[in-house]
Design a protein around this ligand. Structure first.
Ligand SMILES: Cc1ncc(C[n+]2csc(CCOP(=O)(O)OP(=O)(O)O)c2C)c(N)n1
Length: 319
């Protein structure tokens, strides 16, 4: 499928929104304005943007501890996200969940998740619901290479395959589970080969190439929608920062870090827009300025939001 310029620009907007929101979060965390843990998606933006370009509100996603990119790409509200990061009353979880618990069920965001692999059975259940209710929706499950070694991965993919569920399992292979390299954790080069064990398609793409991600996921999502069952998409990528903010990431080999920085998905796609899609620089710059203003506004919203009332400490915590 050839994308028209408005769709290309919209994917770039998503990527730039993630980059700007997270760069700001990194600064604010360093200034001690954001409490708790923050795991950034910087460098991996093309995956969420490329996959979610094929989804609508009837579709579901599950996310991870590194979830800002997924939820932004699925349409989450930046104000409510930033307020949640600040631990403020107007955040998605009224300030009680933080970065790893952002959810918006109305638009199909079934939650970031602090449990590695926790989204896999949830997405499988959502896919089963789509099938039983005949909504035509699909469930996309994002997770890392580390999570692809959990039992929940194998159980979920096997069930989805046996029941021909409309699910897509997206492995974001950034080379590390915390500081443990994928080479130490697995004996296969392309994690998508695991699909063979479940009799479903498995595809590996360059996760820093948003067009490759969009194209491969469009095909796998379309076949899931048509009732042809689940698939695995492995996107090879690299996280620019450490595992969490504050981790210097010294275990990342410098030559690899440099090689991947040269394949940064944002300038790469920006160049494509200007040179191949022939968009004019003014249009792209105007969009970038709009996004920067949105992110700045989200910080102002979060700063001005009240702290949660101490009386509400136990509200909405237990169901
Ligand atoms: C069930 C479980 N085990 C261990 C952890 C601790 N932990 C947090 S993130 C992480 C690594 C995850 O690696 P990966 O799935 O590759 O995602 P990435 O951080 O690279 O995006 C681990 C082991 C956890 N949160 N949950």
């Amino acid at each position: 499928m050839t994308l028209e310029n408005p769709d290309l620009l919209s994917m770039y907007e998503t990527m730039f929104k993630i980059r700007t929101f997270e760069s700001k979060a990194s600064e604010l965390f360093a200034d001690s304005l954001i409490p708790g843990f923050v795991h950034l998606y910087l460098g991996e933006e093309a995956i969420a943007a490329g996959v979610c370009a094929n989804l609508t509100t009837r579709d579901f996603i599950t996310s991870t501890h590194r979830g800002h990119g997924h939820v932004i790409a699925k349409g989450a509200d930046l104000n409510k996200m930033m307020a949640e990061l600040f631990g403020k009353q107007d955040g998605y979880c009224k300030g009680k969940g933080g970065s790893m618990h952002i959810a918006d069920v109305e638009i199909g965001i079934l939650g970031a998740n602090g449990i590695v692999g926790g989204g896999q059975p949830i997405a499988t259940g959502a896919a089963l619901a789509c099938k039983m209710k005949k909504t035509g929706g699909v469930a996309v499950c994002f997770f890392g290479d580390g999570a692809s070694n959990r039992g929940t991965f194998h159980e979920s993919v096997n069930m989805a395959s046996a029941w021909t569920l409309p699910a897509l399992y997206v492995i974001e292979n950034n080379g590390f589970g915390i500081s443990c390299s994928i080479e130490k954790a697995s004996n296969v080069t392309d994690l998508s080969v695991r699909a063979t064990a479940y009799g479903i398609p498995g595809v590996t793409v360059d996760g820093n190439d948003v067009l490759a991600v969009q194209e491969a996921s469009a095909e796998l999502i379309e076949r899931a929608r048509k009732g042809e069952g689940p698939a695995i998409l492995e996107c090879k990528t690299w996280r620019h920062h450490g595992h969490f903010e504050g981790d210097p990431g010294e275990y990342k080999p410098l030559d690899k870090q440099e090689e991947w920085l040269s394949k940064d998905p944002l300038p790469r796609f920006r160049n494509y827009l200007l040179e191949t899609a022939k968009l004019d620089e003014g249009t792209v710059k105007a969009l970038e300025e709009k996004v920067v203003a949105m992110v700045d506004a989200s910080v102002e919203f979060a700063v001005n939001s009240p702290e949660p009332d101490i009386e509400s400490l136990n509200d909405h915590v237990y169901a």
